[in-house]
Design a protein around this ligand. Structure first.
Ligand code: SAH
Length: 510
């Protein structure tokens, strides 16, 4: 179900069907809502309630609104839906949108819609519209709709973003938790229902919103005063039953390339499951009391190590721990991040994902290669040098003059890939390329050469993993090899911004 529109039809007739024999709070609430929404008529069908009964409960209602209320003291019949407040019509259009039309015709269509009680929305015209579309937000248990009444949809979408920002990220858990608590109270014969429901409504009103996802039935207490609302956020709820799993990108190495979000996640974690590639510098930031497990991904064991990691992750999250799966670079760039997401999703957990700076981009920047450059490169591609089961990828790209291609996991495989690129895929032998190793680490190194020399160069130098290969004319924009130069090795590590003063950053953030 989606919120589509807020209806504001002239002559609107609203029907309330009620069979109870006394005036309930629910009825008064509904009357207040419907009468306040400015309808032409509100018709209440109820066999026993009279207008006087409602007048007695007027504290919530503006008495002047009662003139619009008609009460029919009888039972409801299905035909009432068609005959009350609306003539019996068939095959009518239910909603009309005018996108563009002459003013004369717009007036006629609008008039006709009004006569036939068909909701109409005329683009950019409040005057000829009876309803507006809402800028909507849909997040499982929560729907929000905002309209500025046809005074600019951009504005309502901006307002929507502002409202969403103020909603706690765990809103779905909150709604679910509160709703299951209510169900639990209603179905448990041993509880004093009235008392407990009162407790619940107090909690909903006064407790900090983000804490509502954690309240458990065990905390239901006859004495409401025992709940310390003010300090509730400091109560480490021992009954926290569901843990949390986040997939966090660590960036390629340097703290300078770590996001503030990742730093925060590292500090909030109970357990960190890190990739083998996550550099020591980042691991050093993990507080002493946080448990770390590093994936045992050595050659031939990648699948087992992955399974082991996911198993530990799932068991820990089921125990209620805050598990951070720390992945090198960006979690979705050749990091199996998507598979991990699906794994936890299958087990009923929503994974929070935080992107990281991918080595692919950081390497280019640090090596002085503008990945796109006007007139030189207007496309960027990230590929792998290893296909499934260690095979050569089947879809190596055809050469594109204005494309920068970054090959990850390719240094050891270049001997197999290069002949295909130069032969079948028509890559020019003199295309400038750069090998970037340990990008953003203190021992970062860049080797510049031409495509045809790649295998030779890789044989001549002792590699410093991890490394990647950047190809394309963008490599030549800032630095060019001399005519006769076969390759050039540049130690760039020293220029990497390593002097990040964490204490200063913490002060800045305060
Ligand atoms: N998710 C990572 C990539 C994982 S695949 C990211 O977004 O960066 C692993 C490959 O990434 C390595 O084989 C290597 O090609 C590349 N890589 C990772 N870290 C690197 C670094 N610091 N410098 C150069 N290449 C790196």
């Amino acid at each position: 179900m989606k919120i589509l529109a807020q209806l504001n039809t002239a002559d609107e007739a609203i029907l309330l069907i009620d069979s109870s024999n006394s005036v309930s709070k629910n009825l008064i609430n509904k009357l207040a809502l419907t009468l306040n929404s400015d309808p032409h008529q509100v018709i209440l069908i109820n066999p026993s309630i009279e207008k006087d009964d409602i007048v007695k409960n007027l504290s919530l209602l503006d008495p002047s609104l009662l003139s619009k209320l008609i009460i029919l003291n009888r039972t409801f019949h299905l035909e009432d839906l068609l005959t009350l407040g609306r003539s019996k019509v068939k095959n009518v259009i239910d909603r009309v949108f005018i996108l563009s039309m002459s003013e004369d015709l717009t007036i006629q269509i609008h008039q006709s819609c009004i006569e036939n009680r068909i909701p109409i929305n005329t683009f950019n015209s409040a005057k000829y519209s009876t309803f507006t579309l809402l800028s909507t937000y849909n997040n499982q248990n929560l729907q929000i709709g905002i309209t500025t009444n046809l005074q600019g949809c951009k504005m309502s979408s901006r307002l929507k973003r502002e409202v969403i920002k103020s909603i706690p990220p765990n809103i779905n858990d909150i709604i679910e938790n509160v709703s299951s608590l209510r169900k639990l109270i209603n179905s448990n014969e041993n509880l004093d229902k009235k008392e407990k429901l009162k407790w619940l409504s107090q909690i909903i009103d006064y407790y900090p919103l983000h804490e509502l996802g954690k309240i458990s039935i065990d905390k239901l207490n006859d004495d409401l005063n025992e709940i310390d609302f003010k300090n509730s956020h400091e109560n480490n709820d021992p009954l926290k039953s569901r843990g949390k799993i986040s997939l966090i990108g660590s960036g390629p190495g340097s703290i300078a390339n770590l996001t503030i979000g990742a730093l925060n996640a590292i500090h909030e974690a109970d357990l960190i499951l890190a990739d083998k590639l996550v550099p020591q510098e980042i691991l050093d930031l993990i507080p002493k009391n946080v448990e770390i497990f590093i994936a045992r991904k050595f050659p031939g064991n990648a699948d087992n190590a992955q399974e082991e990691l996911l198993k530990i992750g799932l068991e820990s999250v089921q125990k209620g721990l805050n598990v951070v799966r720390l992945k090198q670079g960006d979690p979705y760039i050749f990091g199996r991040g998507g598979e991990e997401y699906l794994f936890f999703q299958k087990h009923g957990y929503k994974v929070d994902v935080l992107c990281g700076l991918s080595s692919a981009f950081v390497a280019c920047v640090n090596a002085g290669i503008p990945t796109t450059h006007r007139g030189v490169a207007d496309q960027v591609m990230i590929c792998t040098g290893v296909g499934r089961h260690g095979k050569i990828p089947e879809n190596l790209p055809i050469f594109e003059e204005k494309r920068t291609v970054i090959f990850l996991m390719s240094i050891k495989r270049i001997v197999d890939i290069l002949p295909i690129l130069i032969g079948e895929k028509k890559w020019p032998a003199n295309l400038p390329v750069a090998i970037v190793e340990r990008a953003s680490c203190g021992d970062e190194r860049v080797i510049r050469t031409k495509l045809a020399n790649l295998v030779d160069v890789c044989n001549k130098i002792e590699s410093r993993p991890p490394g990647l290969i950047v190809t394309g004319w963008a490599c030549d924009v800032f630095t060019k090899l001399d005519e006769e130069e076969e390759f050039r090795v540049i130690e760039t590590g020293l220029s990497v911004e390593e002097n990040v003063d964490l204490e200063k950053i913490v002060t800045l953030l305060k």
